[in-house]
Write a protein that binds this ligand. Structure first.
Ligand code: CP
Length: 275
């Protein structure tokens, strides 16, 4: 049994196969061809935070592959009345074939995984959003993880040094937004204040001043560069409406790709995790 809690849970070869299968599934859907590889399978989505894309794209992925998806909203389940996650994990494992969880702490996601006997997928934690990263890598699948990544952020919000070290020189950080996007082929931004960080909103707005992805900043990127944003977007903060709605934006296909990539992910985890 395999989980997808973080990107590194899969080998490069597995990521390659996922992207190939996602592209195939995307093409088959465009041609109107049905795939029912997950007939009779059930996905449970345990959501402890708000979601539009993650919830819908996983549900659509399961349904379109012939399976079913059930959302277990934490607020309306027995979790809200104190039932331990470890108990919920074992019960869900008896009903379903995979579970997606969106929660705050990685420790809570890992607890779910520890007590589950079905694959657990990270639907976003404070530590990361691997299904989103997977999808964004799919947008640029040709060089497949062979790209260099510049992370531009104020010093207090930069990547931990250990993460940069682990990337073996492929990841560089800067506090200068123009340096981050210089010659980039893909520019990715995200909200400055994530769910659960609302109390820091004013401080983050101040700290990230100058990091808005606008036309002036995009001028430093390579001609033809594309822009990704996992959404929801705050127009006028991390990205201008002009860029989000402009010709460089690929945000709508990025959102759609979540479903194609997650179909491939569900097939891999449920049907052939040993490959
Ligand atoms: N990008 C993303 O995960 O969207 P939701 O928060 O709407 O699920």
């Amino acid at each position: 049994m395999k989980n997808f809690l973080k990107l590194t849970d899969f080998t490069l070869a597995e990521h390659r196969r996922l992207f190939e299968r996602a592209a195939e599934l995307k093409q088959r859907r465009a041609e109107g061809l049905a795939e029912h590889t997950l007939g009779g399978k059930t996905l449970v989505m345990l959501m402890e935070k708000a979601s539009t894309r993650t919830r819908l794209s996983f549900a659509a992925a399961a349904f379109q592959l012939g399976g079913s998806a059930v959302e277990l909203a934490a607020g309306t389940s027995q979790l809200a009345r104190g039932e331990p996650l470890s108990d919920t994990a074992r019960v869900v494992s008896g009903y379903a074939d995979a579970v997606v969880m969106r929660t705050s702490s990685d420790a809570r996601l890992e607890e779910l995984a520890r007590y589950s006997s079905i694959p657990v997928i990270n639907g976003l934690t404070d530590g990361g959003h691997p299904v989103q990263v997977l999808t964004d890598a799919f947008a640029e699948a040709a060089p497949l993880f062979g790209f260099d990544l510049w992370v531009g952020a104020p010093a207090a919000y930069s990547l931990p040094a250990a993460d940069v070290d682990r990337a073996g020189g492929r990841v560089k950080t800067t506090t200068e937004p123009r340096m981050a996007v210089r010659n980039a082929e893909v520019v990715i931004t995200d909200v400055w204040t994530s769910m659960g960080q609302e109390a820091e909103s004013a401080a983050r707005l101040k700290a990230f001043a100058g990091f808005t992805v606008d036309a002036a900043l995009m001028a430093y990127a390579r001609p033809g560069a594309i822009v990704l944003h996992c959404l929801p977007a705050h127009r006028g903060e991390e990205i201008t409406a002009e860029v989000l709605e402009g010709p460089a934006s690929r945000v709508w296909v990025e959102a759609e790709n979540r479903m194609h990539v997650q179909k491939a992910l569900l097939e891999h985890l449920i049907l052939h995790p040993e490959e």
